[in-house]
Write a protein that binds this ligand. Sequence first.
Ligand SMILES: Cc1cc2nc3c(=O)[nH]c(=O)nc-3n(C[C@H](O)[C@H](O)[C@H](O)COP(=O)(O)OP(=O)(O)OC[C@H]3O[C@@H](n4cnc5c(N)ncnc54)[C@H](O)[C@@H]3O)c2cc1C
Length: 324
Amino acid sequence: MKSFEWVQPESVAEATAALAHPGAMALAGGVDLLDRLKERVDAPSRLVSLRRLPLAEIVEADGETAIGARVTLAQIAADPKLARSHRILADAASHAATPQVRAMATLGGNLAQRPRCWYFRSEAFSCKKNGGATCFAHAGDNQLHAIFGNATCAATHPSTLATALVALGARVAIAGKASRTVDLHGFFLAPEKDLAREVDLAPGELITHVVVPKLPATVKTAYTKQVAKQSFDWPIVDVAVALRMDGGTCKEAKVVLGAVAPTPRRATEAERVLTGAAVDVITAGRAAKAAVTGATPLAHNDHKVAILEVVVARTILAAIGKAV
Ligand SMILES: Cc1cc2nc3c(=O)[nH]c(=O)nc-3n(C[C@H](O)[C@H](O)[C@H](O)COP(=O)(O)OP(=O)(O)OC[C@H]3O[C@@H](n4cnc5c(N)ncnc54)[C@H](O)[C@@H]3O)c2cc1C
């Protein structure tokens, strides 16, 4: 492993200054980044530890909830207020990884973690993300890869918390030369925009908080993570749904698909089917069919299309309290 400088700032301003150094990288829980160093995917010149930054609290203000970037997945999963106000976020956090990983992994690191594509993570393959000319998943082992938006690079975005947070309409607060807040969905970058980055963070920038708006009581939500085995696992697909209801009629719908594309995907066709419709088993089935429209599965992952359709239908029905 290449040697690197170790910096442990005490404030966000010190951290962003330290991160502006060429080749510097932020280190939060280290669950992803330390693997990448060991796998030789990254060789930073400087590691900037976020451990001492005052970003480990969940705070309610002006009707919104601001979750610090250093808040762990375990904290999110166990927070009683979040369990009441934004249950799908707590669900997504409690179903991610293992108790040991959740105790270390932070929200900021979870959103900025890099894809788990085995070709990207192997020093034996110089894939497009690593500056090469080939996406090896296209002709290779691709059973867990993307079924949408996979023409340039077939790696899926790994964050399952992102699926729930996009459905909740979350925003990301970013510190750097100029502080800014962006819509979380737009924070994720498709490979056609930038192959080398999955998130809209420039050198010297740091996620400080994720801000989640208050949900009116009329918004009904559900989250499902479909895994291959009962114990901890990465998802085959995960789905989050938020429906603003007026009685039995859906006035506004968000259907978000995870682990199926290089970024969390809004299923806009499914949202169109739901909006203005009475939500029942028939509509949920039609919306689910619409959600998989346009899928471009690879040689070994068309099972993901069939699984996704079922999980979307079930999650819509779970949101309105009709679990099947
Ligand atoms: C067995 C296993 C199963 C897993 N299952 C799941 C799962 O089901 N769902 C899921 O979502 N994840 C899963 N993970 C991944 C895990 O949740 C992430 O690796 C973890 O959340 C990363 O957080 P971290 O704090 O350790 O980040 P780090 O490893 O410290 O950092 C990750 C990346 O984010 C950057 N970064 C960290 N903090 C910030 C910040 N505040 N601002 C800007 N950049 C930042 C770092 O520079 C680095 O590039 C699993 C991991 C394992 C080992």
